[in-house]
Design a protein around this ligand. Structure first.
Ligand SMILES: NC(=O)C1=CN([C@@H]2O[C@H](COP(=O)(O)OP(=O)(O)OC[C@H]3O[C@@H](n4cnc5c(N)ncnc54)[C@H](O)[C@@H]3O)[C@@H](O)[C@H]2O)C=CC1
Ligand SMILES: O=C(O)[C@@H]1CCC=N1
Length: 274
């Protein structure tokens, strides 16, 4: 992947993807990241040896790929300020912003841009990310492959046929690392109440999640069967799972994911109307 990649924004998500790309063999000299303040960029440049720039326009000048990684609320001003350079350079644009549709971003960048919308997640930092991708009609086959290669460097990639499905991707993977972190918090708290030291509880809970995820990934059995295999009739797991079902955990997860997807949709309406 010998392309020059510029990240507009160097925060949590951009640095996770950049870290993953470098680990996968992309040369740091092919990567540039921007942010308004040198104080944010200097540690990143020192740690990852990438190029940095406080000037977005300068950073897109020789870019083959421009990854838009700023908060959705400032995307418009950021895009409009670099519109002329983007139009001149015609890079592949990859937006990772939640709930901002491709047509709106394209318009802010002057129109006719090859634009991929991507919903990644932060485990990209450790090469175990999960990204949903959607391409507008200007994106060529070659650019689609490039976007796939880029995001596969930091995890798995699923293309969606309709842009609106990215809201569902946000609910099931983009926002979802936080759901598991909440579960770790709750399990640690409960284990401490049961008498374990916090550090022991945390280690056991995290390792168990890793083991369960790895088993589910490698097994040809579905999650319901794997769950059943842990539950001895009349035993301990059955009691715990029954408690979760009685407390409507399943419905709570469903409602939470629906709220997440609806928020992504609402953000899109709010931000494109501004
Ligand atoms: N954090 C996450 O788990 C995920 C975030 N996203 C999306 O990624 C995008 C970035 O989110 P985070 O990295 O979490 O936010 P963040 O706040 O950590 O990073 C934003 C970055 O933009 C920079 N920035 C601000 N103004 C700028 C400007 N005018 N020009 C260039 N850079 C500027 C900031 O200095 C910072 O480096 C958002 O659009 C979010 O929806 C998508 C999936 C997951
Ligand atoms: O919470 C958010 O809005 C972003 C998008 C997906 C994960 N974090």
């Amino acid at each position: 992947m010998a392309s020059k990649i510029t990240f507009i924004g160097a925060g949590n998500m951009a640095s996770a993807i950049i870290g993953g790309l470098i680990d996968s063999g992309v040369s740091p000299s092919d990567i540039t990241a921007t942010a308004p303040n040198e104080s944010e960029l200097a540690p990143l440049a020192a740690r990852l040896e990438i190029n940095t720039n406080t000037d977005n326009n300068a950073a897109v000048e020789d870019a083959d790929v421009v990854v838009l990684a700023v908060k959705p609320q400032i995307m418009r001003s950021v895009c409009e300020a670099m519109r002329d350079n983007v139009q001149q350079q015609s890079p592949l644009i990859i937006s990772i912003a939640a709930g901002l549709d491709a047509a709106t971003i394209d318009q802010w960048l002057g129109g006719n841009n090859a634009l991929v919308r991507c919903m990644p997640n932060t485990p990209a930092l450790v090469g175990i990310g999960a990204s949903g991708l959607y391409a507008n009609s200007t994106v060529s086959e070659e650019q689609r492959t490039l976007a796939t290669q880029l995001m596969e460097a930091v995890g798995i990639v699923e293309w969606v046929a309709e842009e609106s499905l990215l809201d569902a991707v946000t609910a099931v993977s983009g926002s979802a690392p936080a759901y598991f972190f909440l579960m770790f918090e709750a399990m640690e708290e409960a284990a401490v109440k049961l008498g374990l030291p916090a550090a022991t509880a945390r280690r056991l809970a995290i390792q168990t999640a890793l083991g369960a995820a790895t088993m589910a990934q490698r097994s040809d059995k579905d999650p319901a069967t794997l769950k059943q295999n842990v539950m001895s009739p009349g035993g301990t797991t059955e009691r715990a799972i029954q408690h979760m079902e009685d407390a409507q955990l399943r419905a709570t997860i469903g409602d939470a994911m629906q709220a997440c997807a609806q928020r992504a949709e609402a953000m899109s309406k709010e931000l494109s109307a501004n």
